[in-house]
Design a protein around this ligand. Structure first.
Ligand code: SF4
Length: 210
């Protein structure tokens, strides 16, 4: 079975649309409440994604972002993620993990000159999604996915291709999504304002700060 999200949710090969808040089919999915581990890159991006996903899934967030530099910035974004979860309605938990910057530095230094969106970013997606898939498997989640596609700077096809491969390798289902569709990015801006979230002005690594 394959799910995709483009503002609504699609299930199976027929891609029957399950619009949020609409119809008996939607109610059936709501009752199922499958568990999902959501890789979140930051509080602002996760705000609009969580708003959509909690309609259908029992969501836990994994903030695994060893790409973020310096560590102080990583901790600041993490604290904003925690603050958002404490403010949101419902009970979305955070699965703790370490700041594993060496895992990113191991390949990123040799790719310092890659433009944003190039090979360094694809490796960065893979690092984060492979770990999320492993954690999802280890903790018994039925699905995993990521907030990354909400960004207009990130190609959803690349994110989904890498996520699917990570899921296949770990043995856990990847939820296909393009969260920027249906004004997903705009909604993240609105929610960031509503919750007064810190919005960083660079992607995460120091190479993206130039
Ligand atoms: S620009 Fe962003 S996605 Fe690309 S390597 Fe840096 S942190 Fe990762």
């Amino acid at each position: 079975m394959k799910y995709e999200i483009h503002g609504g949710i699609y299930e199976g090969t027929r891609k029957a649309k399950l619009s949020v808040g609409n119809g008996r089919r939607n109610q059936a999915v709501k009752r199922a409440r499958a568990t999902l581990l959501l890789h979140s890159c930051c509080g602002p991006c996760s705000s609009a994604v969580l708003e959509r996903l909690v309609e259908f899934f029992d969501v836990t967030v994994l903030y695994y972002n060893p790409n973020i530099e310096p560590e102080e910035e990583y901790r600041h974004r993490l604290s904003e993620q925690e603050r958002l979860l404490s403010l949101l309605p419902g009970d979305v938990k955070l699965l703790p993990c370490d700041y594993d910057h060496a895992a990113f530095a191991a390949f990123a230094e040799s790719m310092a000159d890659c433009p944003e969106g190039g090979d360094r970013c694809l490796a960065c997606f893979a690092l984060r999604l492979n770990e999320t898939a492993k954690q999802a498997k280890a903790h018994g989640f039925e699905y995993f996915t990521t907030t990354l596609s909400v960004s207009p700077h990130k190609n959803a096809d690349n994110v989904n291709r890498i996520g699917e491969a990570a899921g296949r390798q770990a043995g856990v289902k990847y939820l296909f999504a393009d969260f920027k569709k249906k004004n997903g990015y705009l909604r993240s801006l609105q929610l960031s304002k509503e919750y007064d979230l810190y919005r960083q002005d660079y992607c995460g690594c120091l190479y993206s700060k130039r």
